[in-house]
Design a protein around this ligand. Structure first.
Ligand SMILES: [Zn+2]
Length: 392
């Protein structure tokens, strides 16, 4: 009897829908929630256990004994049927986790889906869309690099996220414009499971802020609430804008990151190790990954406007590994990767951006960038008097 049930379960796992995890879509799940009727991966099965057996009863399809009625239940339900109910009202701004998403996000989603049943009925996610949120986040100091508690206040109506040094402070330490804010989950970067990264524009420069919440749920709540407010602001600012374009924008900041070597504008300067981050249509580079401000920004326009990326460096350049040349109307940027895989991956990501047409928001960003670039060029000339290597 046991062998027959196992055979049925393994056949069920081959069916479309059941062959990926019901929660994070990773391939070939081998676990299941026997009372809910979904097949899940080993990682998500660990999160299901945290829900408690009154919500989800976790079993291995291969290792555990299954009763006939439980197997019958799995036959009658399965991932597609259950998700059609429990994920029916996932809002557009909400991103279902992918296998590579941080654990804190998968936990947030699984609790929301099965325990709080936020996506089963219309309006179950309304609490992300109130447009306001106040709470404590630990923020990394720009100078002393220590994490300290700060009061953060979101006001979508006003279009701002502010933070205060003290709970009773009247004036905020900083006012972040929501229109340019990108929030990313960044546990690895700041070495905390609940890590979040906020990138935003201030004086035409991209500023980074690193924070974490005490609780994983709070981290997820901040992340989703900020996505919801960004979504609603974009929809209000650009009436009639395609939802795909908004989503592209919401997700585009979760771009590739990594070290590359870079030379200066004259191409004769020494190559320096820089941390690169793709942020919407910009490639930012930092001296260190957690710096508040980048050393510089490379705007990635459209191929039709003369932007190009190719492998290799111009003739006569000494390649420090695997070269990449980014051509912009202003200048060529010469970069080098440690291995060919990285080189291909960066070129692929950059090409992908350059083939996309510019949205109206992109065009506004480009104007800002040009202003900043002209300003920088002037200051470079000034700096050259005292600093012969120039700005980099
Ligand atoms: Zn999973």
């Amino acid at each position: 009897m046991g062998e027959r049930n196992k055979k049925i379960l393994l056949e069920l796992l081959q069916k479309p829908g059941n062959n990926i995890c019901a929660d994070c879509s990773s391939d070939n799940p081998e676990w299941a929630s026997s009372n809910i009727g979904v097949f899940i991966c080993v990682n998500c099965s660990g999160i299901h256990r945290m829900l408690g057996t009154h919500v989800s009863r976790v079993k291995s399809c291969r290792l555990d004994q299954w009763a006939d009625d439980a197997v019958q239940m799995m036959c009658e339900s399965g991932n597609d049927a259950v998700n059609a109910i429990l994920e029916r009202y996932i809002p557009v701004y909400y991103k279902k986790p992918s296998p590579s998403d941080p654990q804190v996000y998968k936990e947030h989603f699984i609790h929301a889906k099965y325990d709080r049943k936020e996506f089963e009925t219309m309006g179950g996610t309304a609490h992300y869309e109130t447009g306001t949120k106040t709470g404590k986040l630990w923020k990394r100091g720009k100078e002393d690099k220590q994490f300290k508690p700060r009061k953060f206040v979101l006001n979508t109506e006003e279009g701002t996220l502010k933070y205060y040094i003290k709970d009773d402070a009247k004036e905020p330490k900083q006012t972040i414009p929501l229109a340019s804010l990108s929030a990313t989950l960044a546990p690895e970067k700041i070495n905390h499971p609940n890590g979040l990264q906020f990138a935003f524009k201030t004086d035409n420069l991209t500023r980074q802020i690193y924070v974490y919440a005490d609780e994983g749920k709070d981290t997820g709540d901040w992340y989703i609430t900020l996505r919801a407010s960004a979504f609603n602001i974009l929809r209000k600012t650009y009436p009639g804008i395609d939802t795909d374009v908004i989503m592209d924008r919401l997700n585009s900041h979760q771009g590739k990151e990594g070290w590359m070597m870079k030379t200066g504008p004259k191409h004769t300067e020494a190559y320096r190790r820089r941390w690169f981050t793709l942020e919407k249509r910009k490639l930012l580079y930092f001296a260190n990954p957690l710096d508040a401000y980048p050393k510089g920004e490379i705007y990635l326009g459209s191929g039709t406007d003369g932007f190009m990326v190719r492998d290799g460096l111009p003739a006569g350049q000494n390649e420090q590994g695997f070269g990449i040349t980014i051509t912009t109307p202003e200048r060529d940027y010469l970069l080098c990767c440690e291995d060919q895989e990285e080189q291909r991956s960066w070129i692929g990501e950059i090409k992908n951006i350059m083939t996309k047409p510019l949205t109206s928001q992109d065009t506004a960003d480009l104007q800002d960038y040009k202003l900043t670039y002209q300003h920088r060029r002037k200051s470079t000339i000034r700096n050259n008097l005292t600093n012969p290597t120039g700005w980099r």
